[in-house]
Design a binder for this molecule. Structure first.
Ligand SMILES: Nc1nc2c(ncn2[C@@H]2O[C@H](COP(=O)(O)OP(=O)(O)OP(=O)(O)O)[C@@H](O)[C@H]2O)c(=O)[nH]1
Ligand SMILES: [Mg+2]
Length: 402
């Protein structure tokens, strides 16, 4: 075997190349054989849903071979729309403007923001509620609720006490504003109340409301005390386009209402609304006459009147609470219409009437125009009356207006 000529540069270069190859091979072997060092790992990519939450615009791809890209809306239910403001809130706001000045603004002064809550505040609340015609009975109920919650440590701020009063009002009014069921043909509505409270006007406004709902109507001129009362009802009848049944001058109201119901039955009329007198020309007390009228309706209809609406004038304040008692003793009242809330500061009387007599408010009158009769809505009433946060700001004018 021929020996290598180490002086030959070609041979030397070949040996160097082989040696270099061997060294590289050894290094690679060493590196592969070593346990790999733990390197900090990148976090796994977030699931598509998480990406979608961070970036709502990103379309989420389904993992398993989607045919259609899934939209975010498919995964996240849409947010509920904000609650709509109660119907007729504007009318309640303007109708209760003076009451807010009398009741709420004065309460706001009692509950001024920086004031410490202690039992001495109750005397001031009592004075405001009483003078705002809420009535003794209901004032005591509200004070009792405040006292109990204070003693139990549930009220820590003026805003809490404010909310407690509002809650008590809400619970008093819970049964009001359910609406009049019109599910009999004819449905008979008897309208009662002392003279001048707005009975005939309310009948006209109600008739117009039902007419717009497509109901057929017949009005009964049961107030035979004044000839003008019949004429007034006839004017409304013409305006609405419905007939009015009337008797002779000073006729027996019962006979007029009997005839009205008979006619409505014969003609398939949807609704009978009967007017009544607020005072009488006979020696018979009004309440006895009304009780008798209730029996007459029952005789003609085969059942008691479907609705007996007591009309009360809000400007009479406490008197309205007493009137409710008198009429309640004469007839089973199904609801109250509180008129003339516009321009009176005595709207707080609503709470007293409903709380003391457990008769619901069904409509309020906030003006003389036909559209000024509004179905009572407890939420609209509370919102318009207790509107916050400005309701908590003491009002400049806290004088009691009427
Ligand atoms: N401002 C205002 N006035 C009203 C409202 N409701 C009725 N009135 C007015 O009150 C007055 C008396 O209304 P009427 O409907 O005649 O009262 P009534 O109870 O039928 O009276 P009598 O037939 O005498 O018993 C009228 O001038 C009406 O326009 C109301 O909600 N607001
Ligand atoms: Mg009248």
């Amino acid at each position: 075997m021929e020996s290598l000529d180490l002086s030959n540069p070609t041979v030397l270069a070949a040996i160097a190349a082989v040696a270099a190859l061997i060294v590289v091979g050894i290094i690679i072997g060493l590196v592969r054989g070593r346990k790999p060092k733990e390197l900090p790992r990148e976090p796994p990519p977030p699931p598509p849903e998480a990406l979608a939450e961070e970036h709502p615009k990103i379309e989420v791809e389904a993992r398993a071979e989607p045919t259609q890209p899934i939209q975010l809306e498919d995964l996240v239910p849409p947010a509920p729309p904000p609650p709509a403001p109660p119907a007729d809130l504007g009318a309640f706001r303007s109708g209760l403007k003076s009451t807010r000045g009398n009741l709420i603004s004065r309460l706001a002064v009692v509950f001024r923001r920086d004031r410490e809550l202690d039992v001495s505040i109750l005397d001031e609340v009592e004075e405001v509620l009483i003078t705002a015609d809420v009535g003794v009975h209901t004032t005591q109920r509200i004070l009792e609720a405040l006292r109990t919650q204070m003693n139990e440590g549930q009220l820590s701020s003026a805003a809490d006490a404010w909310e407690a009063i509002r809650e008590e009002a809400r619970s008093i009014l819970a049964s009001s504003g359910q609406g009049l069921a019109i599910d009999q043909s004819p449905t008979v509505i008897l309208v009662v109340g002392v003279n001048g409270v707005g009975k005939t006007t309310t009948i006209g406004k109600l008739a117009s409301r039902f007419d717009r709902q497509g109901k057929t109507l017949l009005l009964g001129a049961g107030d035979t005390f004044r000839a003008a009362a019949v004429t007034q009802l006839e004017v409304w009848g013409r305006r609405v386009g419905c007939e009015v049944v009337k008797g002779k001058d000073r006729a027996d109201p019962g006979s007029v209402i009997f005839d009205t119901i008979e006619k409505a039955k014969a003609e398939g009329i949807d609704i009978v609304i009967a007017d009544t007198a607020g005072r009488l020309h006979t020696k018979v007390p009004l309440m006895d006459e009304l009780t008798k009228l209730g029996r007459t309706v029952e005789k003609a209809l085969g059942r008691p009147a479907d609705h007996v609406l007591l009309v009360l004038d809000a400007t009479t304040g406490q008197n309205a609470i007493q009137q409710t008692q008198l009429f309640k003793d004469a007839l089973p009242l199904s609801g109250i219409v509180l008129t003339k809330l516009d321009g009176t500061a005595k709207g707080g009387v609503i709470l007293g009437i409903v709380d003391q007599h457990q008769v619901p408010i069904e409509f309020i009158g906030v003006g003389e125009k036909v559209e000024d009769l509004k179905p009572f809505g407890a939420e609209a009433f509370l919102q318009a009356l207790f509107e916050s946060p400005e309701a908590l700001e003491p009002s400049e004018d806290t004088s009691s207006a009427n």
